[in-house]
Design a protein around this ligand. Structure first.
Ligand code: AMP
Length: 349
């Protein structure tokens, strides 16, 4: 059965606010989340498989204070977490592994879990992006493919299995009968801004009842497309692929910030209207073309892996905080502020 805000509110009410813990699956942005919580003095719990534990122990400052070992990362140990006053931080792996279980999970989660359903469903995500006034790539029927298009597998994560096709014939050769989305290929520079929306205070860039902070921007490194010039140089022919391998720092020309902040504000305010808001971290995946127009092809309604570049803060968080502030630390700080103000249900569902 789906969890209600009322039920999660009761759970939060029953928690010992002085002993709140932050929990997440050991994957994706976990090192950063544990590191940030430690900086804010909050204890942490890592849910991991036995063989993964040593990886986290190899990084003492990013290692959780305690581990709960599970055989399958899908099995969130809800009862144990509830006993520990734990708040889950959903990241990309948690969303992928837990899938449909997210809405019924008894453990309180940072942000609005309803937003994760909007991120998982491409039709809903496009509805959200369009309602936010973002320009988006055309979605094209397979029979009408007349230009380079990216074909995206349903539920595929990190770009795995995507392929560019140029015609209906090429599409049917590779994707006949499969559940996929065909999107016009966007030309330009990929820009992934990381936002944090706080409904708890109204400083800086106003959005909805609070404000948004631009915590950083990244660009991804995808295999093999991002090293294609090397293959071309040595005379290899290859099929472009888009599997995300890592991320790199990006700073945009300063005049683009106006657009970036407005996109964030619009996405935040539209989330309010559509599904009750998006407190906490989110990211809009965009391509900026040669006329400096942004096109958005995805929203991640949670912390993104690109934030891992900035455990000590970013070239943007430097202008927001007088101390190193990662997204992981920002989340922990928001939990602390909300607990102090008696407003946990505002940022946790
Ligand atoms: P996604 O799973 O939507 O985040 O996409 C994975 C990667 O595929 C992105 O980081 C981009 O490099 C690439 N990609 C996705 N959609 C498009 C698009 N419409 N045009 C160009 N590249 C895209």
């Amino acid at each position: 059965m789906d969890m209600t805000r009322e039920k999660i509110g009761q759970t939060l009410e029953s928690y010992d606010k002085k002993k709140l813990k932050i929990a997440t699956i050991c994957s994706h942005t976990a090192l950063q989340i544990f590191h940030g919580a430690r900086q804010e003095g909050i204890k942490t719990i890592g849910i991991c498989t036995p063989n993964r534990r040593k990886v986290y122990e190899a990084f003492p400052l990013g290692c959780p204070d305690e581990f709960i070992e599970v055989d399958d990362l899908k099995d969130i140990p809800s009862d144990e977490l509830l006993e520990e006053n734990a708040i889950l931080v959903p990241h990309g792996s948690l969303v992928e592994y837990s899938g449909d279980l997210l809405s019924s999970m008894a453990v309180p989660m940072v942000g609005n879990r309803d937003s994760l359903c909007w991120e998982k469903d491409r039709l809903k995500m496009f509805e959200w992006m369009k309602a936010s006034g973002l320009q988006v790539p055309a979605t094209i029927e397979p029979d009408k493919i007349d230009r380079p298009c990216v074909v995206k597998l349903a539920g595929a994560k990190g770009g795995r299995g995507y392929r560019v096709v140029n015609s209906p014939e090429e599409f049917y050769e590779h994707f006949e009968g499969m559940n996929v989305t065909v999107q016009e290929y966007l030309i330009g520079v990929r820009v992934y801004p990381h936002y944090f929306y706080s409904p708890l205070s109204r400083e800086g860039y106003h959005a909805s009842e609070g404000h948004i902070e631009l915590m950083g921007i990244d660009r991804r490194f995808e295999s093999n497309i991002d090293e294609s010039y090397r293959m071309e140089k040595v005379g290899l022919s290859f099929t472009p692929s888009f599997t995300v391998v890592g991320n790199e720092l990006l700073v945009v020309r300063e005049s683009l910030l106006e657009n970036i902040m407005e996109m964030g504000r619009n996405v935040t305010e539209t989330a309010d209207r559509l599904f009750g808001g998006i407190p906490g971290p989110f990211c809009i995946e965009t391509v900026c073309d040669e006329n400096l127009n942004f096109f958005a092809f995805e929203i991640s309604a949670r912390i993104v892996a690109g934030t891992n570049i900035y455990p000590q803060g970013s070239p943007y968080s430097a202008y927001l905080f007088n101390e190193p502030m990662s997204m992981g630390r920002r989340i922990a700080r928001e939990i602390k502020s909300a607990a102090k103000q008696g407003k946990l249900p505002k940022i946790i569902f």
